[in-house]
Design a binder for this molecule. Structure first.
Ligand code: SAH
Ligand code: SF4
Ligand code: F3S
Length: 438
């Protein structure tokens, strides 16, 4: 008898990838994935700890599951991901509904944990094990739902930015062996995938064992570009200090590597960058962007920013606005600093008031919004290649992504799904582009 599994994913793309792998791991134990929590025998929340709001969501979501448990006393509830890693025991204490807690590095042990849960025990595993979990997970079996896929190539982080929980929730930086990644990429392509996004918390720090010595990210990308049927490669998230020459060069000479780069800088103030432990200056970042753009002039640049880091003055914030003006982003993500327990910055003096941080965030987002709009508007009249993924909101509409990761919708037949087609951009909407098939 198959049992029903519902997985809800929060946080970054690595969690999206992990959710898929966890569903596969439980699939071997007879679980079949469904799209709603209603009717599930097992509900798994794959959580994010990056900011306070993200972490608090877990407890409110667990509260909402109570009626489902009351309706079905056999319903099992599990918490996975970065909140599980950081607060596993507290979750068990605070929320008796929870049967299982599993960290990001131990989910290959889920089948055994589920056996314990089925015996009526609680299961908690937040180890950082010796073994490579990926080597103990079942091979991907379920059909892919679309032509794009994520592939985690590197996990964890050794950089210890002063604000960030990732080194504690994901553990030390580890790169997966290149031959396994090549195998997984080929398997994805065999299942109809045409675009792969290589993932890692510091994906460009990738240095995995290859058949002829260590491979960096550029080598991995170039080798994957040799796979027939794989048309597009992307990677995220990168750190400015790991943007090596061959990776910059790949942006210029590897056709399958898409002209989009997410390269967070966090702040434009050298004082704040130093306090954040980012280990580069604003000037070094701007020079780096110049070099990358020299290799690929039409690159669309994306970034992350934090406002209100402890000690940030109005002048420091102005330096961030200056950097944004100097660089020019096609899109960006910006956040108010969120104090995270256990990180060095949480203990610092000079915490910025919430009102001030909100006001700075508004000004930064206004500027980033203008740049995003201008970038989108500049696409009108241009030809792009769109990989179509799904039907659009309007009847007869299909939606996909351009090389620059803009969402583009056109009037077109459903059999465009999974195809790459030339499109002329005719209008720029709030969060997408309208196009016409050529
Ligand atoms: N490894 C990536 C970032 C991973 S976290 C990098 O170094 O660029 C994604 C983003 O969340 C970060 O870039 C940062 O902008 C934001 N972030 C992380 N910790 C935060 C915190 N404590 N408060 C607010 N934003 C945070
Ligand atoms: Fe966090 Fe910094 Fe590591 Fe990125 S590089 S995951 S921000 S510690
Ligand atoms: Fe969140 Fe963990 Fe990803 S904290 S951003 S889910 S690495």
């Amino acid at each position: 008898m198959t049992k029903k599994l519902f997985v809800k994913t929060y946080g970054c793309q690595m969690n999206v990838y992990d959710s898929e792998r966890m569903a596969e791991a439980l699939g071997a134990g007879g679980y079949e994935q469904i799209d709603t929590p209603e009717g599930a025998d097992m509900i798994l929340l794959n959580t994010c700890h990056i900011r306070e709001k993200a972490a608090e969501k877990v407890y409110s979501e667990l509260g909402r599951l109570r009626p489902l448990r009351e309706a079905n006393p056999d319903l099992k509830i599990g918490v996975a991901g970065c909140v599980a890693q950081a607060e596993g025991e507290e979750i068990m204490r605070r929320q008796p509904l929870v049967d299982l807690v599993v960290g990001p590095q131990t989910y290959h042990r889920l089948p055994a944990m589920m056996e314990a849960v089925d015996r009526g025990e609680k299961a908690l595993d937040t180890d950082f094990p010796e073994e490579d979990k990926f080597a103990h997970l079942p091979k991907l079996r379920t059909p892919k739902r679309g032509p794009t896929a994520f592939l985690t190539v590197q996990e964890g982080c050794d950089k210890f930015c002063a604000f960030c929980v990732v080194p504690y929730t994901r553990g030390a930086e580890v790169s997966r062996p290149a031959d396994r990644l090549m195998g997984e990429a080929r398997a994805l392509v065999d299942r109809g995938v045409r675009e792969i996004t290589l993932l890692g918390q510091n994906v460009n720090a990738y240095h995995g064992a290859g058949p002829d010595g260590e491979w960096g990210l550029a080598r991995l990308i170039r080798e994957m570009a040799g796979i027939d049927g794989l048309d597009r490669i992307r990677f995220t998230t990168s750190h400015p200090n790991d943007m090596e020459d061959d990776l910059i060069a790949a942006h210029g000479d590897c056709d399958k590597l898409m002209p989009y780069l997410h390269l967070p800088v966090q702040s434009g103030s050298d004082k704040i960058l130093k306090a954040m432990n980012r280990k580069h200056t604003a000037e070094q970042y701007i020079r780096l962007i110049e070099r990358i753009r020299a290799a690929r002039p039409d690159l669309l640049l994306s970034g992350d920013f934090i406002v209100g880091f402890p000690g940030e003055t109005e002048d420091d914030f102005q330096a961030t606005l200056d950097l944004v003006n100097a660089v020019g982003y096609g899109t960006a993500y910006s956040f108010k600093y969120s104090s995270r327990p256990g990180t060095p910055a949480a203990e610092r003096k000079g915490q910025v008031s919430d009102a001030e941080a909100s006001e700075r965030l508004q000004r930064l987002q206004a500027l980033l919004g203008e740049q995003q709009r201008a970038t989108q508007d500049s696409m009108v009249g241009r030809r792009v290649q769109v990989l179509f993924e799904k039907t659009g909101r309007e009847p007869g509409q299909m939606v996909g992504k351009s090389e620059y990761l803009h969402a583009v919708h056109v009037d077109g037949p459903e059999d465009l799904r999974g195809e790459i087609a030339a499109v002329e951009i005719v209008a720029s909407r709030s969060n997408s582009l309208a196009g016409r098939l050529i």
